[in-house]
Design a protein around this ligand. Sequence first.
Ligand SMILES: Nc1ncnc2c1ncn2[C@@H]1O[C@H](COP(=O)(O)OP(=O)(O)OP(=O)(O)O)[C@@H](O)[C@H]1O
Ligand SMILES: [Mg+2]
Length: 306
Amino acid sequence: MKISCDDDSEKTPMASPELNLINNAKLEGLSHPVQVIAVTGGKGGVGKTSVSVNLATAMAAADKRVVLLDGDLGLANADVFLGLSPRYTLAHVLSGERTLDEVVIPAPQGFLVVPAASGAADLANLGEMESLGLVQAFSTLAARVDVMIVDTAAGISHSVLQFSQASQHVVVVICDEPASLTDAYALVKVLSRNHGVSRFRVLANQVRVQGAGAELFRRFELVTARFLDVVLEFAGEIPEDEYLRRSVREQRTVCDAYPSSPAARAFKKLAARADTWPVPAGPRGNLEFFVERLVRKQTPRLEAVQ
Ligand SMILES: Nc1ncnc2c1ncn2[C@@H]1O[C@H](COP(=O)(O)OP(=O)(O)OP(=O)(O)O)[C@@H](O)[C@H]1O
Ligand SMILES: [Mg+2]
C-alpha cells in the first residue's frame, strides 16, 4: 500500500496573504496526523448519521481518539442520535464567543462531538483572522484525536461539497433504492468534476440479504465507470437491523446499546477496515490542513492512492 500525495503547489494559482498566514500558523504547532473521514451520500435518510455515530463508537471502542464533527443542521442530527444537548456550536467559535474547547462535548460512547455550525458555506467566507483562529482552534484539538468523522447533510449543498473535498476519505452511503443511487451518482459527479475528488469509498446500508451490498456496489460502479473518471472502493455493507432503529429511538448507538447485533458487528468490521485506510504523512495529514482546505475557496485536493 503506498500513499501518494499530489503536489498541489503547481495547481494552486497564487497563495493569498490569508493562506500564508495559515501556513505560517501551521508551522508553529505541527501536530500528528489525523484521519479525516466524511460520511456523505446525497439522498436524505440513507443512514449517514447512523453510520457516523456508529463508526465513531466502534473506532472509540478500538481505542482510537475520535471526534465527530456534525456538519448537518437538519433536525435529526448527530446530537439527537446521541442524546446530547449542546449549548454551543462551531458558530460560537467563529464569532469568537467561545473557544473550541468550550464547544466540544463528550458523548457517553467515548468520543468527542463538535456540534453543527451553519454549514461550511459560512466557513468559505471567513476573513483571514477568523480563518487563522479556526486553524489554531483545530490544531489544539488535533493533539487529542486520531480520527475525525464528519457527518454531512443530505443533498449536494455547498457545505456537503466543502466538507467532502476537505476530508481525506469520502464515504458515500448508498442503499438499494433508485433515488439513493441517482443522488449518490450526482454527488460523485459534482465532487469529481468540480472539486477534484476522484476516490470514493462506497458503503451499502440497510442491506436486507447478506452479500447484497457488494452487488449494489457493482451496479453503482458500472454506471460511474461508464461516465466518470473516478475510483470507487467497496467499504462493506451494514445490514438493515431493527436493533439500529431501536437504538435511534433510545438516543444511543447500536454499537453501544446492542454490541452483538448484526449492525453493530458490521460497524466493528467497518471500523477495523477504516483503520487501514492511509493517512497522508507530514503536514498534509494534520487537522489544520483539513481546516485550511475547508476555508479555502478553490481547493486542489490531495489524493491517497493505494
Ligand atoms: N442499517 C439500518 N437498519 C435499520 N434502520 C436504519 C439503518 N440505517 C438507517 N436506518 C434508519 O433510517 C433512519 C434515517 O437514518 P439517518 O438519520 O442515519 O439517515 P441520514 O442519511 O443521516 O438522514 P439525513 O439525510 O436526514 O441526515 C434512522 O433513523 C434509522 O431508523
Ligand atoms: Mg443525518
